[in-house]
Design a binder for this molecule. Sequence first.
Ligand SMILES: Nc1ncnc2c1ncn2[C@@H]1O[C@H](COP(=O)(O)OP(=O)(O)O)[C@@H](O)[C@H]1O
Ligand SMILES: O=P(O)(O)O[C@H]1O[C@H](CO)[C@@H](O[C@H]2O[C@H](CO)[C@@H](O)[C@H](O)[C@H]2O)[C@H](O)[C@H]1O
Length: 445
Amino acid sequence: MLDELLAAWISRQRWFGGKGRAIDELSIDSDVELRPGLRHLIVAVWQEGSRDRYQLLLGEREQLPDRLTHALIGTTPDDTYLYDAVHDFELTGWLLDGMAHDATRNGLRMRHVPGATIDSDQRSLVLGAEQSNTSLVYGDAYICKLFRRLIPGVNPELELVLALAARDAPHIARPYGWIETDLDGASTTLAFMQEFLSPANDGWDLALASVRDLYALPPEVAAAEAGGDFAAESRRLGAATARVHHELAAAFPTDVVESHDVKRMAEGFRRRLGRAIAEIPELREHVGVIEGAYHQVELLTHHVPVQRVHGDYHLGQVMRTPTDWVVLDFEGEPGQPLAERRALSSPLRDVAGMLRSFDYAARHLLMDHSQAEKLEPRAQEWADRNRAAFMEGYTDGGGVITRGDAALLRAFELSKAVYEVVYEARNRPSWLPIPLAAFRPRARL
Ligand SMILES: Nc1ncnc2c1ncn2[C@@H]1O[C@H](COP(=O)(O)OP(=O)(O)O)[C@@H](O)[C@H]1O
Ligand SMILES: O=P(O)(O)O[C@H]1O[C@H](CO)[C@@H](O[C@H]2O[C@H](CO)[C@@H](O)[C@H](O)[C@H]2O)[C@H](O)[C@H]1O
């Protein structure tokens, strides 16, 4: 009964990674009471023979106040309301208190970062823009991300941000606490709480405002003269990115892929392409362009430095505060195996992710635009200008990109676009034209 209710509800959640495929079975792996009226569940969702696990906070009430009706999951035969407890500030305060006091409850360990003081009086709200996870904003002090899909092991975001904070690295949001449990014998991160940046603006929103401004101007006004020009910010973001890469390289082991092993990088790109084509056969028509770029990687004759990287770097992962850019969400690409997300990689992978994001921002507003064809050159102009500024900022900030890196950068970009095609097909099919545009043959940096 509960399993059926949860299966119907979970399939509609923005953070559910298995959208587009029927749920064959949902089983409850763990169900513990955290306090009266608040249960923590780990459920296993079976789809086409594969299993994913998710965590839920289940609230129980005899009466459901109006403010919680949108969070209703269902009712039990004895008329108890079951609802998504992340929306109930009367319950979520308990998590804050648990972290402040390093509490352990039924296998859930709540911890605070040594030296950080947590004010447990803050009231939570669920962040509007729910993405792959659910974030609770406590007052204007903290943001606590609840990792919805669970993968046994320490989440790279906790691992990287704690290490960067221990070095007093700039461009990160201060960590406050986390919640963990054991899953398959491994200590597994359930939630991570950081400083809530305020005032601050999302890089994606700022970039879109700039693109919108450009589209509204007569064609004779060049992007460089537009009031909303974003290039100075892109340059600053490039420099911040280089600094974060520098700090990551200092905090974690680094390595080099010797020239005779660079072929293996191309194999990695191809494996990813193969998996994507199996899911999205339309990608087949772009294989020529993609393969051409991957082949160039096989011809490389220099070694490639590798280190820990962000892994899913885009404009929605960076925020502009009054002083500088801050990088968020170091957990890598949601849905990829943990080992892959923790693997050392070339920092060009992050550079490529952000370059793709400039294309996304430029093209997003064209999707339903009546003047789309006319504005296409404007989109290209904006993307080219900001991509170049970001690259300049990156190298000025100490990031290393040589002429010989062009082939690898292009391969990383196309590989990211392949990932994005799968992501959009699963989550936002109307956005598919954006990553697909990346496969049009053209000269790039
Ligand atoms: N420390 C923070 N301060 C303020 N806002 C934040 C902070 N962290 C995340 N956000 C907001 O939450 C959004 C989603 O955060 P993110 O970490 O990217 O979550 P997800 O993994 O679900 O994508 C960001 O785009 C930003 O608007
Ligand atoms: O932020 P998440 O960790 O949830 O990342 C996933 O979702 C992103 C979208 O929200 C997706 O990013 C793609 O869309 C962005 C605009 O919404 C754009 O800035 C990115 O360049 C583009 O890749 C990301 O790929 C996915 O992993």
